[in-house]
Design a protein around this ligand. Sequence first.
Ligand code: ACO
Length: 331
Amino acid sequence: MIKPFKAGITGTGSMLPDKKLTNFQLESIVETSDEWIVKRTGIRERRIIDDSMPLAELAAGASNRAIADAGIAADDIDLIIATTITPDYLSPSLACQVQKLIGAGKAAAFDMNAACTGFIYALQISRQFIENGTYKNILIVSAEALSRIVDFTDRRTCVLFGDGAGAVVLGRVDDGTGISSAILGACGEDGSVLTIPCFYATEEDLALRNEGKKQVIWMDGSEVFTFASKIMSESTKNVLDDSGISINDIKYIFPHQANMRILQNAAKRLDVPMDKVYTNLEYTGNISSASVPVCLDEAAKKGLLKKGDKLILVAFGGGLTYGAALLTWSK
Ligand code: ACO
């Protein structure tokens, strides 16, 4: 099928809460140590949203920055997709809240949940609308307040997660740039290894949690670790094969930031040096779907990305879900 337009990122933005929670501070909350957390995860600190701040405000901050970076007005946005597993409300959606806060009155808006893979899913969905000419400018905003669903008595999870928001504007870009290939996938059969109940939960699932707490994350860390290491390298290889290019043509890989050992393991399987793998988890922890767009914005603002650079974006997460995209930088 002939696609009239190419879709690519025309603007990036991010916003992290000011408050830091260091490993040393966690030592006084649960039985853990800075040494254990750094050695097993690579994380030193994470950002925590204030109790009084709605996630929508953080998401709107990142969105405004992405829109300014794209050189357009909020009124030019045709569609807003917000990806989150921690919305302030199920209704109105985070996307509708953002629409109101940024004044994007002409945009359609909805939320999407593919856990940590949310941004890649949103990218692939949005890409269709740009390529077929339905929309000109789409705002994807990935925002998470994971500190609100972490059990701070469970040391197996509370040391891993943080809060933050990343946004991109997807629009029409020059030929030879933009998204050229993307894959999405899910393994629903293995979904029980990472759960966050909402209105219903099985007795078995609740029994796994400290004091049977309901709306908190529970995770079988080693199962997720094994899945993640394998699927990150496989997904990357699949998009490369799809596009007929080699890993040597890639400037940077932007992976979901869950654990430094997962990233090292995936890099080893792909036979790429770690300096091609962009990381920021040392200072952010795992911010779920926000992690890839926050990394992209950081790298762009540092001047690391030049027009024509080939990038892999790759993520995995609850569901279980996974996805990867090959993107040629357009700015
Ligand atoms: N501090 C100190 N000790 C700890 C801590 C802690 N914070 N957490 C666990 N331990 C202990 C365990 O109790 C265990 O002790 P034991 O041997 O006496 O039982 C020991 O450390 C080893 O535990 P493991 O679970 O085997 O540790 P591992 O090296 O596997 O690391 C971790 C655990 C960091 C959770 C790892 O498995 C991991 O990163 N998994 C992937 C998580 C992930 O990526 N999730 C992302 C998806 S998130 C999303 O989509 C929302």
